[in-house]
Design a protein around this ligand. Structure first.
Ligand code: IPD
Ligand code: CA
Ligand code: CA
Length: 257
């Protein structure tokens, strides 16, 4: 795993370089499914660079990227969001990252999330703990939902798919404190770092969460679906917490807490 980890970190650093280059120089912006679903030149070029770097070293591996999809199956599969927080990036709101996860025979084994503007490197290898720039990470010890800091996010078509508005309203009506930072891979990494007690979202994709799932779990956190079932890639819902407030958050989301 060491070589794979080092290569994932090198690919993330390459990605950060491209993000910062385009922030400085300016970039073209296109829309995908609607006017608020953006893709920039930086998203595409970053994914191409990560893919070339990783498949150059591991030609037998599969690669799933947000912008290019997946061409073939293999035992080792990289799951990559080249730029998580594209809308933030496009507005020069400094909260965006690259996310690189590795799945081996269907199990997530390694994750690297690099915050481009802060140069904070979150990483984890299954069974070896989670780290931020070399310092071991641990989720927060808070047991009470009241007083916890929570985060969520919304899909680009939230006007058509409003399910999370119901959850969001329940959380707000309970007087809880909630943020919407805009980069799910970082939101999850912040749970691992104990900066947030919990995070939930609806309709995230495998590339948004693959890397950070390993980071949260290795930092002692808990990740489930909306019914408390073990989370698997492809689940429409994700709930990630420090473990202690998990049940209380689930009950609040369901309107029963
Ligand atoms: C988005 C971000 C955002 C989340 C959206 C994602 P993108 O990813 O993670 O926080 O709320 O659901 O699609 O498009 O910036 O890579
Ligand atoms: Ca994303
Ligand atoms: Ca993205």
């Amino acid at each position: 795993m060491d070589a794979l980890l080092n290569d994932a970190i090198a690919a993330a650093r390459l990605a950060r370089g491209i993000h910062l280059y385009y922030q400085e120089r300016g970039f073209a912006v296109d829309t995908k499914t609607g006017p608020t679903d953006l893709v920039t030149q930086a998203d595409r070029e970053t994914e191409a660079a990560i893919k070339e770097y990783l498949l150059g070293r591991y030609p037998d591996h599969a690669f799933l990227g947000e912008e290019g999809g997946q061409e073939r199956e293999a035992e080792y599969r990289w799951i990559v969001d080249p730029l998580d927080g594209t809308v933030n990036f496009a507005h020069r709101f400094p909260f965006f990252a690259v996310s690189i996860g590795l799945e081996v025979r269907g199990r997530l084994e390694l994750g690297v999330v690099l915050d481009s503007t802060r140069d904070e490197l979150f990483w984890a290898v299954r069974g070896r703990g989670a780290y931020l720039n070399g310092r071991a990470l641990r989720v927060s010890a808070t047991h009470r939902l009241i007083g916890s800091l929570l985060a969520t996010g919304f899909p680009y078509d939230v006007n058509k798919d409003q399910e999370n508005l119901t959850y969001f309203e329940r959380v707000l009506r309970k007087g809880l404190t909630v943020r919407r930072p805009g980069a799910a891979a970082l939101d999850l990494s912040y749970v691992a770092a104990g900066r947030l007690e919990g995070f939930w979202e609806v309709k995230l994709k495998p590339w948004d969460v693959a890397a950070a799932i390993v980071i949260v779990e290795e930092a002692g956190g808990r990740i489930t679906g909306i019914q408390g079932e073990p989370y698997e890639l492809g689940n429409r819902y994700i709930v990630a917490t420090n473990g202690h407030i998990h049940q209380q958050l689930l009950e609040t989301l369901h309107g029963s807490g």
